[in-house]
Design a protein around this ligand. Structure first.
Ligand code: CCH
Length: 285
């Protein structure tokens, strides 16, 4: 008699379409922000992934080190504990899913369920411990301009067009004074994925907000919408501006480019099992 051994790797024991559905069911909450966790899930997926450094091949979503201190306490990650706590019951329910897969899948759900493009996604990340945390400073500083934004995203392996497409995620959600210090949404429909980041950036007149907080911009007529200094760099930098104009007039091209760049972001530095399938999840409707 020999004990039967289960050789199936953990990641294969999870029904990811079911996880997708369960995450989608967690999005809505009329008492949270603008009524949806979608934007903060997208930001969690991005900050879990955007620590990648292609030279040293460290960081990225593979280890889900964003859940450990000190990375969880880096200034850029303020407020993302809210998203992680919202997702934790699903980690308990689907014991075999890794945090890296859960956080990146939540980003896909956020984009798709809020009306954005389909984003290809693969499972098979395996979690790492706190000693794999990345150093502070790998995520962009919103107070800076185009040179800084390029330094950060080139380090991950993105080009100007991909960077311009990714920042279009700022159609979603808002800034919170108690998280980043900045304040307000980028447009009037922060729970719908649109190309409004680009149209607002180009069509509005943006003036410095008069307040005690960090330097940011508000739209001149109403003051209700905002841009970060780093957002404004996409308007003033000529090479970024070409793509901003393209995405403002052509939503389909934006959706295609965003989908590809976001899928790439979520896979930076991940060594997938050879037989990991690629999913294109259906939205719930
Ligand atoms: Fe962002 N972002 N982001 N961002 N971001 C913030 C919020 C969101 C920068 C700074 C900030 C991307 C790129 C950049 C989202 C997705 C993406 C905030 C406010 C700051 C500051 C945080 C707060 O107070 O809650 C800077 C700088 C850059 C690049 O230079 C990229 C890339 C993505 C995704 C593809 C989303 C979504 C939010 C809203 C979060 C929420 O809670 O509503």
């Amino acid at each position: 008699y020999s004990k039967q051994q289960d050789e199936t790797p953990a990641w294969k024991k999870v029904n990811y379409q079911n996880v997708y559905k369960d995450i989608a069911d967690l999005l809505e909450d009329e008492n949270y922000d603008d009524g949806s966790y979608g934007p903060v899930f997208v930001r969690l997926a991005w900050h879990a992934s955007g620590t990648y450094d292609k030279k040293t091949r460290t960081g990225g979503s593979a280890g889900a080190t964003i859940r450990h201190a000190p990375e969880s306490e880096h200034g850029a990650n303020a407020g993302l504990d809210v998203a992680r706590r919202r997702l934790e019951p699903l980690k308990q329910k689907y014991r075999n899913i890794s945090y890296g897969d859960l956080y990146t899948l939540a980003g896909v759900v956020g984009v798709q369920e809020l009306g954005g493009p389909t984003v290809q996604w693969r499972p098979g990340r395996s979690d790492k411990q706190a000693d794999a945390c990345t150093p502070d400073g790998r995520l962009p500083d919103a107070a800076q301009g185009a040179d800084h934004v390029r330094d950060i995203f080139y380090r991950m392996g993105f080009d100007d067009r991909e960077i311009a497409a990714l920042v279009g995620a700022h159609a979603l959600g808002r800034c919170h004074t108690y998280r980043s210090g900045f304040d307000g949404p980028w447009n009037a429909s922060p729970t719908v994925f649109t190309n409004f980041f680009y149209t607002e950036l180009l069509e509005n007149t943006w003036v410095p907000k008069k307040w005690d907080g960090p330097k940011q911009f508000v739209d001149k007529p109403t003051g209700a919408f905002m841009m970060l200094p780093a957002d404004m760099a996409f308007k003033t930098d000529p090479r970024f501006r070409t793509y901003i104009e393209l995405y403002a007039r052509d939503q389909d091209t934006f959706f295609n480019d965003f989908s590809a760049a976001f899928a790439k972001l979520l896979e930076l530095g991940v060594k997938f099992p050879e037989d990991a399938p690629t999913y294109r999840f259906k939205t719930l409707d």
